[in-house]
Design a binder for this molecule. Structure first.
Ligand code: FES
Length: 424
């Protein structure tokens, strides 16, 4: 997740990254030139049109694709008050903290191949999902892939400009779906991305005139804000776990402990009422149900740093404790990210597993290009497009401890006329 180091005031690791312009200009063009995709016409509908094209925007935290991008990435991350509340001096302190952390984090990215793979995977997943959507949802086709990262290229602003270039908005209307790639909702991740999208939308298309009605020709946004127990997501996780279990001798297989690992949260965020811990637990339970509870399991939390209290137990401590007790067959399962990133490739693979120093301690593969997962993305999006809801009812409810005007206004915006009365 995107909030690891920040909260600790001394981030230890980061996450992945991409650009919609690159995505659209290279990937799509190359597909067209190879005869694998059809060139998409510009938006021609008016603001009340209900048919495609539909922009499908994957939101995630992103990550530096090269070590040169690490400082900018960290600087944006430390400047995000939704992620790391540093008060009025945030824009001054954030870049200083980022500069201090940069050499160490650059070294970590160098150790995993020179950068985060999150951009590559996000672009691939979104393109492949759109191809499926074109087939199963012709009434909203063509579906056009975009990626908007919170802290790395392609940033939300880049994505928005690309939408304009492609004929959405600016008086031409069009529909766009903000699809969070965090299956479980946290105000620190999806909430932060939506706050950014709302802010930029207002800046680039103007605030709603009477607070409720969009200007003529503005982009019509809706949000897929969570999907923690979608059967396709659960199936993809379960298949990767089963594949890793197959690598153990048959007589040991059902004794292997499954350790689901998710990015932790500071307890101050948990106690504010953040829904993330419950939603991660729901994913774990659904996966275990699909596996018929074949193995013992635990959910633990990784990447916490600094002196403040974080949600535990910590993944590294959990692994070391079980290994010490003689349970040396463990499968780590990253359960809250949809592709590899520094927490899997560096923290789990190069820190936790190496330190365990036991051949029975392994990791289930990340979802990455898994076809079952990409079909699940298309199914989630298809359901959303069919329902025609602006967001989930659950998204309208602010955390009990939230005092943020930004959260309040953002939720009212995305809830629209139909659901805004639910926003508290
Ligand atoms: Fe959760 Fe504002 S912090 S809604």
């Amino acid at each position: 997740m995107a909030f690891r180091s920040p909260f600790a005031a001394v981030p230890r690791q980061l996450w992945g990254n991409a650009t919609t312009s690159t995505l659209r200009s290279t990937s799509l063009k190359s597909l067209v030139s190879r005869g694998l995709a059809t060139a998409v016409p510009p938006v021609t509908q008016n603001s009340v049109g209900s048919k495609g094209p539909t922009a499908m925007v994957f939101m995630n935290m992103g990550g530096p694709s090269t070590t040169d991008q690490v400082e900018d990435f960290l600087s944006r991350l430390f400047s995000d008050g939704d992620l790391i509340p540093l008060g009025r001096l945030q824009s001054y302190i954030g870049p200083i903290l980022a500069r201090r952390r940069t050499p160490k984090i650059q070294k970590q990215y160098a150790d995993i191949g020179g950068g985060s793979p999150i951009r590559k995977w996000s672009e691939y997943q979104c393109e492949e999902m759109c191809k499926i959507l074109d087939k199963i949802s012709p009434e909203t086709a063509p579906h056009k892939p975009y990626v908007a990262f919170r802290y790395a290229a392609p940033l939300t602003e880049t994505m928005y400009n690309q939408l304009f270039e492609d004929g959405f908005g600016n008086g031409k209307g069009g529909r766009a779906v903000a699809f969070t790639q965090y299956p479980q909702y946290s105000c620190s991740t999806t909430g932060s991305s939506l706050n950014e999208l709302w802010k930029l939308r207002n800046r680039m298309e103007g605030k709603r005139a009477d607070g409720e009605v969009d200007q003529a020709g503005a982009i019509q946004w809706s949000v897929i804000d969570r999907w923690p127990t979608h059967p396709g997501l659960v199936e993809a996780f379960a298949q990767n776990i089963e594949a890793q279990l197959q690598t153990y001798p048959e007589d040991k297989r059902d004794k292997v402990v499954l350790l689901f690992s998710a990015h932790s949260l500071p307890m101050s965020v948990v106690n504010r009422g953040d829904p993330y811990p419950a939603e991660v637990a729901a994913t774990v339970h659904a996966v275990m149900q699909r596996l018929k509870f074949s193995n013992p399991y635990r959910l633990c939390w990784q990447s916490q740093v600094g002196p403040s209290a974080w949600l535990g137990a910590q993944t590294q401590d959990t692994v070391m404790e079980y290994v010490k007790r003689g349970q040396t067959d463990l499968v780590l399962v990253p359960i809250a990210f949809t592709s590899d990133h520094i927490e899997t490739l560096y923290e789990l693979d190069l820190e936790v597993i190496e330190e365990a120093n036991s051949p029975g301690v392994k990791r289930a593969e990340s979802l990455n290009g898994n076809p079952t997962f990409i079909q699940a993305l298309a199914d989630v999006a298809h359901d959303h497009l069919q329902k025609g809801e602006p967001c989930s009812a659950q998204m309208t409810l602010r955390c009990q401890g939230c005092r943020s005007e930004r959260c309040l206004e953002q939720k009212k915006f995305f809830a629209g006329k139909r659901l805004s009365s639910l926003v508290l």
